[in-house]
Each structure stands twice: as C-alpha cells, then as structure tokens.
Design a protein around this ligand. Structure first.
Ligand SMILES: Nc1ncnc2c1ncn2[C@@H]1O[C@H](COP(=O)(O)OP(=O)(O)OP(=O)(O)O)[C@@H](O)[C@H]1O
Length: 767
C-alpha cells in the first residue's frame, strides 16, 4: 500500500492539494483528487488537506508484528528527534522505546557520519556538479521530473539507508530496522526493494507518540536508558540549516559559489531548475526539500517554531548524551557498500499544441485574454496551466469555478422556463383547456377567438393578471392551421434581459461569456407554429427593436451572429400593462405597439362577470377532484353567494386556487362557506344583514367593524385600479409596498399569480 492514500468520500474537490502539490502529481477525476504516485515526490504537502482526505497510512500494526516476531528490532531516531520529543530527556525516550519492545535504540545521525567520507571523496574526484542525495524528496524530484540531472546525483546512499546496512551487517539479516522521522518521503523511499532490504518500516514521530499512548507508556516517568549504537558527534548537526556541510566535512563560507546549501520547496525547485537550465554550476549542492529542513518535515511538531526547534537541537548536541555502545558495534566498521545509483523514473506527459489549449479554454467560455481570470480556484496558477492539465488528463474542465457559476445561473434560467412550461402543461391537462363562462363578455371573447384563430394575424391579449390570457392564446393556436406545430410560450419576466434575447433569437458560439456553442432560439423552435410572448410589456427597448425587425422581415438574427434566418412564426402577445401609457411615457416603442395591436382581445376581470361564478366554481371543483383524487360532490350555495360578492383581484387564477384550497379543507365532500378564507364569511354575513347582531356589542367593537370594512373596501379599490398589481396599488394609495402587503394580509385579501398557491401569501410577483 502507498504511504499516502485518499479517502474518496472525504474529498470535497476544494483543489487545495492541486494547489500545493509542487510537481502536479494530483489528478482530478470522477469527482475526487487522487495522487499520481509515478509523479509524486513524497513531500507531504497534500497532507494539509482541509478535509483530511489525504492521510498517511498507519504503519504501527506492521511495527507491532515485527516487535512480536522475536527477531531483534532496532529503533533508529532521525536527527531531528530532539525537536519533537522535547518534553522528556533523550534517555527517557530511549527507555520508552525499549518499553515498547525495541531491542536497541540508535541515533540516525551516525548515518551522516558514515557517508561523510564518501561525499568528500566524490566531490574530490568529480569535476561536475554533485547534488546531495540524503533528502528522498529531492532524489525523487530529479528521478521523476529532472532526469537530465541524474548524473549529478551524489552516488551515495542516504543516512537512513547507511544505518540500515550498518545495523543489518552487525546483527545479521534477521534483525529489523524501524526508522523514526518527520519525513514522509522516507516512507516512499523504502518502497524501492534496494532500500526495503535494509529498513523495514519508517514511522513518523507522531506515530510513536500514539504508540506510547496506546500502550500507556509515559516516557517522562521512566528512568533514563542509554543509546546502544555509536555516538554520532558532529553528525547531530545534520538536521540543521548548514548542518549537513559540517556533518559531511564540507568546508564552505557564506560567499562561496562553489557550494550551495538550501532548504525549502521554493529554494529547492529554483536551484534544480537553474541547474537543469545550466544557469549555475557549483561543485556541490546540498538540498533539503522541506522548509526549515528535516526539523520541519510533514511529520513535524506543529506547536514549535523553527527557531525554537533549532535551539533545541543545538542544546541537545551540546549536552551529555548517555551511550552504552553495544559490544558488537565497538569494532564494527561502516558498511563497505555505501554507493547508490539512480534511475530515470520520469513519465512523459503529452504536450498540447496551441490550438488544443485554445479549444479547452473555449470550452470553459474563455475566448479572449480578458476571459482568463487566473483566479486559481481550480488549483492551477493560470487558466492556461489548467487547460494544459486538462489536455494531459490531470484535470477536469469542471474545475473552473467562474465558468461553473455562470453555467449554473444559465441553467437556473432555463429550468425556471421549463418549470413554468410544465406547470402550464399540467394546468392544461387538468382543465382540458376549456374556456368556461356563461356571461356575455365571455361569449364575446370566445367569438373573437373563433374569428382570429384560423388566420395568421398577430394577436394582442390584454387583461389583468389571472384573467385567462394564456388560456386564450392556447385556444387561438388550437383553432389555427398551425395547431399540429409547436406553441412555444415565453414568459418575458422570468429570464434576465441578456438571457431572454439569446433564448428568443439564439446565439452564436462565443457571442458572450458562456456561449460555448451555437444555440437555436425559441423563434426557430416555434418555426411553422405559434410563439406566445407573455408579459410583452416587460421587454427592454433593445429587444423591442429586434422583435420589430422580426415582425417586419420574418427573420431572426442570433445574438453575436451576422447572418439572419427566415422563420415563419405567428405571434401572440399578452400584457397586463398599459401599453398606450408606455408609448406616451416612452418605455414602449410606438411602431412595435402598432405591429402588435393588430387584433386585440380584452379579457374582463372576474368581478365584471359574476354570472359565470357558479359555473366556474363547479369547473374548478371538478379540476380539484381530479387533482386531489378526493370525493367532492358540490359547493354550498352560501359559498357561491359570497364568491359572487368578492372583488377577485387575482381573477380566475385566484378563484381556482381558493376552490382547490377549500376542497382540501372540505370534510364531507361539500365545499362550504367555512372552508373559504374568512373574508368570504364576512362578505356573506354582511349581505345577510348579520350586522344588527354586531350592534348589540360595544361602541368600540362596532366602530372597529365599520372602520375595518372601510379599510378593506379602500384597498380593494386601489387594487382594482391597479389591475391587481400590488406595487402599482401601493403607489396609488401612497403607502410603502410593504405596508400595503401588511394591509392585504390583515384584511385577508389574496393576490395571487402563477406559481403561488397559498391563500393570503403576500407575494404577487411584481417588483
Ligand atoms: N375562462 C376560463 N375558464 C376556465 N379556466 C380559466 C379561465 N380563465 C382562466 N382560467 C384558468 O385560470 C388560470 C390562469 O389563467 P391564465 O394563466 O391564462 O391567466 P393569465 O391572464 O395569462 O395570467 P397572467 O397575467 O398572470 O399571466 C389558468 O389555470 C386557467 O386555466
């Protein structure tokens, strides 16, 4: 198993690992970010995952198995250990490790002492740059990403491997070596068989602490024990900045350009790039990939600063450290074989051509330099880097946040439109599209529909909200010669202006950010049939001009396009706005007004056709019966009387909703006065002359009743004058819209529009 794994279910694709991985060894695929081990250098940056989706695989079980095997198991403490285990003495740490079952405890710094002469010899005999190989992340960086520098790697093993060889040569191959360190890259290093033969397990200091806790061992309470290996002396400096040079006996001074010693990701990468480019040419380069060197590796102690850790190590090197070097080491020589060769492990990723990158950028709506925000939300420094990664199979197009946000907004508009169409379709199915009414006005409207239906004439339907404008449009289409062709309905207020234009006329690829392909508009979709533009009074002047062109020439021009397309569409428009006033005030084009107002049908408000209330109420009860699947037998006469005396600001839609609500409340299958909102009861009582009873109460109560009624009638009058539009009514009444809504609520007046069902709901959709 690899030393770092990803818990897929925890990965929330925040791309923090993509952002921090210095060698782009993270691949985003199938909704989670995984490590590409062939590219990984084991630096452990991805372990800073905010969701803890990347974790180090626990090697404690393996260690426990070794300890239980009966073979001698030796713990080797990496040079940085004093900066981690600082709350007890080194001797107590040794005692703790022995309590866990380790046979011997060594300092890994002795490994640095052992390789020092080999470093010196190589530098003396080589005339090209040599790069240190004690940091496994640096070795991996060169083997996997800069193979050109392979001849420059110091052909000497790491201190860890030197220790492994030394211990196994002294104790025999049955001995096991467990190396303790802050280094995650070392866990990767022992995956190569060459190293695995000599170091069996690498544990982080954190894992050892956990081990102590699980076994109930508290080293601070133990009596000190002595180290078993060989005192490394100067080797202890190895972990500090500049320390390796001293530990490896390499003489240098600050102004020396022959020797370069650096630590940290950015310095290491810069130096390696400079070397690969031939910009610098020192004799020896000492690199450690982690900031602060080995004291600050991924398994570091997070509570302490680097300076403090440095002090701890210097204090440690200057202290007396208990040693009782075991007999078998006193005469032991460093292993004869401390050389190592390195391999080219790089994998070539395909290089995209400029047109490949452009294509990918276009797919995320980036058509010009200005569209490339380089926001880094995807984890890549630039949009181009992301596009290259997409080409190489490392990244997903869906990682681009600004593109996703725009797309979501666009999808939301389209979904709203679809939702509206579906809900109309449902209405149609339940109501069978019948125009109900036995009043004179209704008969006149039906007559007009019969006449205009079969012609190609443009029709303008006018009427307050909920009076049946869309129902009328459908009836006209049904009677036309186009009945077998589509009727496309567009609610001009649902979509944002820019979207509406592209919805209606279509757009060309690249016309605006988000236009990733050519798209047909609704006029083209309605070709041969009818388009119904509801709320035509709400469209912008620009759209009015386009519409006028279309009506005059029968051609649509997609947004961003230069050529036009001929379409054969019949237009039906509807509005509850006063277009004549619009022409006078300048917000509606006069020429368009005349093009639309060829044949106008005015739908009367329900309060002017109260004779139809009984038949309409029976019709809506039947609809409710089908929809609710409930036994409903009729409507009580008292309820019908009250409804005939109500003002119906929301017109027929309001009535339909009120009856459906009453049908839900009905307990015996009959819709009764009590099932209607309370206002109907008041209206009924008033008509039935119940007021004398009220008069028998106090003056205050009677006054409230009268004032209340007066207030209610006033509100209804304003609403009526405003054609059911609440904002307009509030303006007429000269009260803030919010106050007007409160008054509506207080007086139980329901103003309802499409998609709103709850009686007394204070929305009316107009803003
Ligand atoms: N004469 C009628 N007979 C039967 N049902 C009707 C009648 N008039 C309207 N309706 C019903 O009332 C509801 C509202 O009608 P419609 O959507 O056509 O009104 P509208 O005037 O287009 O409303 P808006 O101005 O809010 O868009 C629909 O369910 C419709 O079926």
């Amino acid at each position: 198993m690899q030393p770092i794994i990803t818990y897929k279910e925890r990965c929330r694709t925040c791309y923090s690992c993509v952002r921090t991985c210095p060698v782009k060894a993270i691949k985003v695929d199938g909704g989670y970010a995984e490590i590409i081990y062939e590219r990984c250098i084991g630096c452990g940056n991805c372990l800073n995952c905010p969701q803890k989706a990347k974790v180090v695989v626990d090697r404690m079980v393996k260690t426990q198995e070794l300890l239980a095997s009966g073979d001698p198991v030796v713990a080797v403490l990496g040079c940085s250990f004093p900066a981690f285990f600082h709350s007890y003495t080194p001797g107590q740490l040794v005692a703790g490790l022995k309590s866990l079952g380790f046979h011997e405890v060594h300092e890994g710094a002795h490994g640095a002492r052992m390789i020092a002469p080999h470093y010196a010899a190589e530098i003396a005999k080589t005339d090209h740059t040599l790069i240190s190989t004690h940091c496994p992340a640096v070795v991996d960086l060169i083997e996997r990403h800069y193979p050109k520098l392979l001849p420059n790697l110091m052909p000497v093993v790491s201190p860890m491997l030197a220790m492994g060889r030394f211990i196994k040569e002294a104790l025999g191959p049955q001995a096991k070596v467990v190396y303790l360190s802050t280094c995650i890259a070392a866990k990767f290093e022992i995956q190569s068989p060459e190293v695995a033969n000599f170091v069996d397990v690498v544990l982080t200091y954190g894992e050892i602490e956990l081990f102590f806790r699980r076994r109930g061992i508290s080293p601070a309470n133990l009596t000190e024990a002595a180290f078993d290996g060989i005192d490394p002396e100067q080797g202890r400096m190895f972990t500090l900045s500049g320390g390796p040079l001293r530990a490896l006996d390499i003489a240098t001074d600050f102004l020396d350009t022959e020797t370069v010693a650096a630590e940290g990701e950015s310095h290491s990468l810069e130096i390696v790039r400079d070397l690969a480019a031939g910009r610098i040419n020192p004799r020896y380069v000492d690199l450690r990939f982690c900031d602060g060197g080995c004291v600050d590796g991924p398994g570091k102690n997070r509570d302490l600063t680097n300076f403090y850790k440095r002090n701890l190590i210097i204090r440690y090197t200057n202290s007396t450290i208990p040693y009782r070097t075991a007999a078998h080491y006193r005469t032991a020589k460093p292993p004869a074989q401390l050389s190592q060769s390195f391999q080219d492990k790089s994998i070539k990723l395909p290089a995209p051509k400029p047109e490949d990158v452009r294509k990918i950028l276009n797919a995320t709506a980036k058509f010009s330099q200005g569209d490339e925000l380089n926001c880094r939300a995807c984890g890549y420094a630039t949009c181009r880097e992301h596009a290259v990664a997409v080409f190489q199979g490392l990244a997903d197009i869906g990682m681009c946040l600004p593109y996703n946000l725009r797309k979501m907004e666009e999808d939301r508009g389209i979904l709203m439109q679809k939702y509206e169409l579906m809900s109309r379709e449902l209405d149609k199915q339940l109501g069978e599209d019948m125009i109900i009414g036995d009043d004179r006005e209704n008969a006149a409207v039906v007559e007009l529909i019969r006449h205009v239906g079969p012609t190609p004439t443009t029709v303008l339907i006018r009427g307050e909200t909920g009076t049946g404008k869309e129902l009328t449009a459908r009836a006209i289409h049904r009677l036309s010669t186009r009945a077998d062709k589509p009727l496309v309905t567009v609610n001009c207020t649902t979509l944002a202006d820019s979207l509406l234009e592209s919805e209606l006329f279509g757009h060309k690829k690249g016309a605006f950010t988000g236009a990733i392909a050519d798209r047909k508009g609704l006029f083209e979709a309605a070709d041969g049939g009818t388009i119904f533009l509801d709320e035509i009074g709400d469209i912008t002047p620009k759209l009015q001009a386009e519409l006028l062109r279309l009506l005059d020439q029968g051609e649509v021009r997609p947004v961003g396009g230069t050529s036009v397309k001929r379409v054969n569409v019949r237009l039906i428009a509807a509005t509850n706005k006063d277009l004549e006033q619009g022409v006078r005030d300048g917000w509606f084009r006069e020429d368009l007004y005349y093009r639309l107002n060829v044949f106008s049908i005015d739908l009367p408000p329900l309060r002017e056709r109260t004779e139809s209330i009984p038949i309409l109420s029976r019709h809506f009860l039947e609809k409710a019966r089908k929809k609710l699947n409930k036994r409903l037998t009729g409507i009580e006469e008292r309820a019908v009387t009250a409804m005939r005396n109500y003002r119906w600001p929301g017109n027929i839609r309001e009535m339909q909703n009120i009856i459906e609500r009453a049908a839900v409340l009905s307990q015996d299958g009959v819709v009764r006065l009590e099932n209607l909102p309370s206002i109907f009861r008041e209206i009924f009582d008033e008509r039935a002359g119940v007021l004398p009873g009220v008069r028998r109460t106090s003056f205050k109560a009677e006054r409230e009743t009268h004032v209340g009624r007066l207030e209610r009638n006033l509100i209804l009058r304003y609403l009526e004058e405003a054609g059911g539009n609440v904002s307009k009514a509030a303006r007429l009444a000269d009260v803030p819209r919010r106050t007007f809504y409160r008054l509506l609520e207080k007086n139980g007046i329901a103003v309802q529009r499409k998609l709103e069902h709850a009686f007394g709901n204070e929305q009316d959709g107009d803003q």
